[in-house]
Design a protein around this ligand. Structure first.
Ligand SMILES: *[C@@H]1O[C@H](CO)[C@@H](O)[C@H](O)[C@H]1NC(C)=O
Ligand SMILES: *[C@@H]1O[C@H](CO)[C@@H](O)[C@H](O)[C@H]1NC(C)=O
Ligand SMILES: *[C@@H]1O[C@H](CO)[C@@H](O)[C@H](O)[C@H]1NC(C)=O
Ligand SMILES: *[C@@H]1O[C@H](CO)[C@@H](O)[C@H](O)[C@H]1NC(C)=O
Ligand SMILES: *[C@@H]1O[C@H](CO)[C@@H](O)[C@H](O)[C@H]1NC(C)=O
Ligand SMILES: *[C@@H]1O[C@H](CO)[C@@H](O)[C@H](O)[C@H]1NC(C)=O
Ligand SMILES: *[C@@H]1O[C@H](CO)[C@@H](O)[C@H](O)[C@H]1NC(C)=O
Ligand SMILES: *[C@@H]1O[C@H](CO)[C@@H](O)[C@H](O)[C@H]1NC(C)=O
Ligand SMILES: *[C@@H]1O[C@H](CO)[C@@H](O)[C@H](O)[C@H]1NC(C)=O
Ligand SMILES: *[C@@H]1O[C@H](CO)[C@@H](O)[C@H](O)[C@H]1NC(C)=O
Ligand SMILES: *[C@@H]1O[C@H](CO)[C@@H](O)[C@H](O)[C@H]1NC(C)=O
Ligand SMILES: *[C@@H]1O[C@H](CO)[C@@H](O)[C@H](O)[C@H]1NC(C)=O
Length: 566
């Protein structure tokens, strides 16, 4: 029997490849692994399609044996077992070269009932079943990734409210958290826990540009900044110019519908492009609608000396993020402006300002506006100071302030935010790995209801807490009862979920169940024992592993009875 699994990724659909031969799990050498094998594994694990095959122990180094057989899959086999194998007993490989795979549980994506193939209601297939997406959980960066993935350019708009008609089947509770630059929705983190119910009246749609892109920007933080490439006669080529200026950049930003130009620059020699050259020398007046309408030279004409790649930053690349707060929805506020990440000063930093940040990030509303670098000092420019939002602005930079880069602060004054959608998990009134389960939501710790609380769910919780990979429910209220909300009920995890946050459940509600239904949990497998430095496995210093960390035992009261147990 041969059975694959993926270990150490952020979902059951990504991780280090391990293969069960008989009853031994072995890792795979990245030199003997390819996308065809990955496709078969993703398919067999019901993980959708194979997206990439990161090698070099990308998902951490495995332990134990390294497989000595190479699989020779075509890619359409339904089981890894069906692929021919050849022996590689003489390979030299180590765990630093363990192969990995990323695949997606979302197996299909389509746009329905639009006026073209590149607009319509968003429909997603999860493990075979098609369903729609709720407009409250779908935003422009998500739409951008889908448009790109469907070869439809970029997202012009993401109309909700069933604009393209109502779908049938499920409305998925999955929320994608895309930055917008990912190549496939399967690459975006997903959450579902506590998501509110949604009807087909709120089906999300997307209107993609659909145009064949003839211009693109590389290596930026978004589709709206980076090195310029142009497609001429079906071939992408670099754009070289030594007098590249804001007039030229303006035309690029306009053509890409990326707002106005913030910066025009040449790429440092070390980061230059390689491929063929599309344009050599560009001179725009600034009001042209396309780069090819400027005064240009193609490589065939002279100008051979010019060798500097050009790049732009358009205002459409502006972004916001929360950093160093252990999640998307809490942390130091950072803004990407003019090609650089910078911070915000805490002068006059208050809840209305924080609210704009939380809303902008799809993180609910602000619970706390933190000051004095509560989440640690950042680096780079301090972009905004004396921010004074009224609360209805859609972007933080739309609020009154001193202006970009104008401030009288240092990074010890960096502003931060804690938003209502920030979540966390802990066990209380026991040890780190056993106790009453609490979840942080809406600014408050509360309990998790125990129906149902199956072994898959408990395993995910214990893993999240670094407490091994299995747990058991304690039937009595061993660890007291909570006094806060009972936040969530009906948590239904399965093998395809890689964290508790991805599991569907009933919506967040402060009184989800009775106190007697609170979850009391004991995680197992976290504690291990070994004898160190004694020259044999049966003698040595006693060491105990707890919370994934090895430690020693104090000799106070240490006696033969204790040693006997060891
Ligand atoms: C897989 O593809 C090959 C050609 O690439 C074909 O000969 C074979 O029949 C296919 N197998 C299945 C199971 O579809
Ligand atoms: C492995 O190497 C040994 C000696 O180097 C050789 O005799 C043997 O045929 C090799 N086996 C394979 C499968 O290549
Ligand atoms: C298609 O969309 C139109 C609105 O644009 C709507 O009236 C119609 O019912 C939709 N049809 C289907 C099959 O969803
Ligand atoms: C979709 O985009 C096209 C232009 O690309 C525009 O004419 C149309 O009004 C847009 N529809 C919606 C719903 O945004
Ligand atoms: C962006 O930064 C460059 C320097 O790197 C500067 O010359 C330019 O004025 C800045 N643009 C804006 C809009 O702030
Ligand atoms: C651009 O501006 C120049 C004058 O500055 C004008 O002559 C020309 O017609 C304009 N072109 C377009 C496409 O608007
Ligand atoms: C294009 O640029 C070249 C070189 O700078 C110049 O000689 C030529 O007159 C320009 N053509 C137009 C139409 O502006
Ligand atoms: C709220 O913000 C203040 C000011 O930065 C900080 O002292 C406090 O610890 C924060 N509270 C929480 C729960 O983050
Ligand atoms: C913030 O704006 C309000 C008006 O919306 C104004 O009354 C107040 O003085 C401003 N505060 C600061 C610190 O600028
Ligand atoms: C926000 O509300 C204020 C009044 O409270 C109004 O003057 C302003 O135009 C609004 N701004 C936006 C972006 O809606
Ligand atoms: C979160 O807290 C706010 C204010 O305390 C309250 O209005 C809101 O209903 C709460 N949300 C949930 C889901 O309990
Ligand atoms: C902890 O559990 C004990 C029972 O084991 C209970 O008496 C006590 O009230 C609990 N404390 C808290 C803070 O929940």
């Amino acid at each position: 029997h041969i059975k694959p699994r993926l270990v150490g990724g952020d979902s059951a659909c990504s991780g280090r490849v391990e293969i069960l031969h008989g009853n031994t799990w072995t890792t795979v050498c990245d030199a003997h692994f390819d996308l065809n094998i990955a496709s078969v594994i993703c398919n067999e694990l019901q993980c959708g399609i194979a997206l990439s095959t990161p090698g070099g122990a990308h998902f951490g180094e495995g332990e134990g044996l390294i497989g000595t057989e190479e699989f020779q899959c075509v890619g359409n086999e339904s089981l890894l077992f069906s692929c021919p194998r050849i022996s590689r007993v003489n390979q030299t490989c180590s765990h630093t070269k363990d192969a990995g795979v990323t695949c997606s549980r979302h197996t299909g994506f389509r746009l329905v009932n639009g006026s073209s193939a590149c607009s319509g209601r968003v429909e997603i297939q999860v493990l075979g079943a098609w369903g729609t997406v709720c407009d409250s959980r779908w935003d422009l960066p998500d739409a951008n990734v889908l448009c790109h993935q469907l070869d439809c350019g970029f997202a012009v708009s993401a109309p909700g409210g069933g604009y393209f008609g109502k779908g049938t089947g499920s409305v998925w509770t999955d929320t994608f958290h895309c930055k917008g630059t990912e190549p496939h929705l399967g690459h975006c983190p997903v959450t579902a826990l506590g998501a509110s119910q949604c009807s087909h009246d709120n089906d999300a749609g997307v209107n993609c540009s659909g145009r064949w892109e003839s211009l693109r920007l590389w290596n930026g933080e978004s589709r709206c900044d980076g090195r310029v490439e142009i497609s001429l006669r079906g071939v992408w080529g670099r754009v070289l110019d030594e007098q590249w200026d804001m007039n030229d950049a303006s035309v690029v930003c306009r053509q890409l519908q990326c707002g106005v130009a913030e910066k025009a620059y040449n790429i440092p020699k070390s980061e230059q492009g390689t491929g063929p050259v599309g344009l050599r020398r560009v001179q725009c007046a600034g009001n042209e609608t396309r780069l090819t309408l400027c005064n240009i030279s193609t490589p065939e004409t002279d100008q051979a000396g010019i060798a500097e790649d050009v790049a732009v930053v358009c205002s459409g690349s502006r972004q916001i993020r929360l950093v160093d707060g252990a999640g998307r929805c809490a942390g130091r506020v950072e803004i990407y402006y003019n090609g650089t990440w910078g911070t915000v000063c805490d002068d006059a930093w208050e809840l209305p300002d924080s609210n704009v940040v939380c809303k902008q990030l799809g993180c609910g509303y602000a619970i706390n506006a933190t000051v004095s670098a509560h989440y640690g000092p950042g680096s780079g420019p301090i972009w905004l100071d004396d921010v004074n939002c009224s609360g209805n602005e859609s972007d933080l930079w739309g609020c009154p302030s001193r202006g970009w880069g104008q401030h009288n602060c240092r990074h010890k004054d960096d502003a931060g935010v804690l938003c209502s959608e920030f979540t966390d998990l802990r066990l209380v009134n026991g040890s780190d790995c056993a106790g009453r389960l609490e979840v942080f939501y809406n600014g408050t710790w509360g309990s998790v209801c125990s129906s149902p609380m199956d072994s898959v769910t408990m395993a995910l919780i214990c893993k999240h807490l670094d407490c091994g990979d299995a747990g058991s429910l304690l039937n009595d209220s061993t660890h007291g009862s909570g006094s806060g909300p009972t936040w969530v009920d009906g948590v239904r995890c399965n093998e395809q979920h890689s964290s508790l946050w991805q599991c569907p459940s009933d919506p967040w509600k402060p009184q989800s169940c009775n106190r007697v239904e609170e979850t009391h949990l004991s995680c197992q497998g976290a504690d291990e024992l070994r004898l160190a430095d004694g020259g044999s496995p049966c003698a040595g210093r006693v060491e105990v592993k707890h919370n994934d960390q090895w430690g020693t035992v104090c000799d106070d009261g240490w006696n033969m009875k204790d040693a006997g147990v060891v």
